[in-house]
Design a protein around this ligand. Structure first.
Ligand code: PMT
Length: 366
């Protein structure tokens, strides 16, 4: 039997440190500095080819690039330890299904091993139904009570697979994420030329704000005792590698550099003309609105979707500017949707993605 606890839920009172400043808006100099000092992932060329092939199949139809899941920050080049960002990829995976439902082609840039569209229904969570519960162990067929659910999911999955409607591209580290995001955005800009308004960039991933530049990373696993040669009692061995100091007596000190906030570069340069939608995660509802307007004014994206860690699966706040350039906001709640709507839905994404698609339709008509 499994213990029914959620170990991935952060301690809310300490989830976000408000003493820290938001990272600086990246300028083109920050961009060239970041991409000069950190190497591209070796597979980037093959990702570029897959993206180009995908675009060639579909021409210039409505397309959404979705980022999903959390990025990691490795502490060693041969990575044993890393810092992670909170996100299971649920938001991104459900949103992808919803955009596909509305005829969009989807590029799904996701944290490897996080939730995926369609597959997300079959969790490995022993506290919920998982795929093994669906199978009748005597005949190895699907149990009767699950056939309808499976049939519906399979129908959609097969349809989108046959029509090549979704391209999935993985990342794990923040460096892989940034390189791949930039490359996909630029490939989209090249492909759509003057039609980039048909592209929506939907940034649901939780991206690290701090990292260790590659050149400062130790190559091998940090030794907990300092130098790693088995220091005797009283010895103070130390292992230092740029941003990491490990000593037997004082423990581990890590110094992290800010990750440039590339949101404005996406809007102004990487894929100008696309509708850019970003998410803002907070834990204090008094701060959410001002954080969203602050983000809009700094980065110039089209829409910020604010959500609180505690209620993110039930409600989100849309913040954008009206025709006169004034900020406006609307809450969208699952409960309200199901009370007033024509169709009852199970997730908040099913309630709000039709509204994002409608805003995108208006954006593309402008
Ligand atoms: O996956 P789930 O478990 O369902 O959770 C979904 C979610 C809560 C992670 C998602 O809804 C969400 O809120 N994602 C954004 C988290 C966040 O607050 O990000 P941020 O404030 O660090 O960044 C805001 C935007 O800036 C992001 O869209 C990101 O793409 C971008 N960014 C972030 C850091 C950075 N260095 N550069 C960036 O461009």
């Amino acid at each position: 039997m499994a213990v029914p606890v959620r170990t991935y839920q952060p301690e809310l009172s300490q989830a976000i440190n408000r003493g820290l400043e938001e990272p600086r808006v990246a300028q083109s100099a920050d961009e060239s500095s970041y991409f000069t000092h950190n190497n591209p992932p070796p597979y980037l060329g093959s990702v570029e080819k897959s993206v180009q092939d995908f675009l060639n199949i579909h021409g210039r139809c409505n397309l959404v690039l979705i980022t999903s899941g959390g990025t990691t920050v490795p502490l060693e080049n041969n990575t044993v330890r890393f810092i992670d960002n909170f996100s299971a990829g649920t938001r991104g995976a459900i949103s992808a299904e919803q955009f596909l439902d509305r005829g969009y082609k989807v590029i799904f840039l996701y944290r490897e091993l996080s939730f995926m569209p369609f597959l997300r229904h079959f969790t490995t969570d022993p506290n919920h139904e998982n795929f093994l519960d669906y199978v009748d162990n005597r005949h190895l067929g699907i149990k009767k009570e699950y056939t309808e659910k499976l049939r519906k999911i399979l129908e959609q999955y097969d349809y989108h697979k046959q029509h090549h409607n979704i391209l999935t591209v993985p990342f794990t580290t923040v460096n892989q994420y940034l390189y791949t995001l930039k490359s996909i955005c630029e490939t989209l800009a090249g492909h759509y030329e003057e039609d980039t308004s048909k592209v929506a960039i939907y940034l649901a991933a939780a991206v690290s704000d701090f990292y260790i530049p590659e050149s400062k990373l130790p190559d091998h696993k940090i030794q907990s005792g300092g130098g790693g040669r088995g220091g005797g009692e009283g010895e103070q061995e130390s292992q230092t590698s740029g941003h990491i100091i490990s000593t037997a007596n004082s423990g581990l000190t890590i110094s992290l550099s800010p990750v440039p906030k590339f949101l404005a570069r996406i809007v102004d340069s990487w894929c100008g003309g696309a509708m850019v939608i970003s998410f803002k995660l907070e834990t204090d509802d008094n701060l959410l609105y001002s954080k969203c307007t602050g983000s809009l004014s700094k980065y110039g994206q089209s829409l910020v979707i604010g959500n609180l860690l505690q209620t993110r699966k039930r409600e989100v706040m849309f913040v954008d500017k009206d025709e006169d350039g004034e900020y406006r906001h609307v809450w969208h709640r699952l409960e309200d949707h199901n009370r007033g709507g024509t169709k009852t839905v199970g997730t908040i994404e099913e309630a709000f993605i039709p509204l994002v698609a409608e805003l995108h339709r208006r954006w593309a008509r402008k």
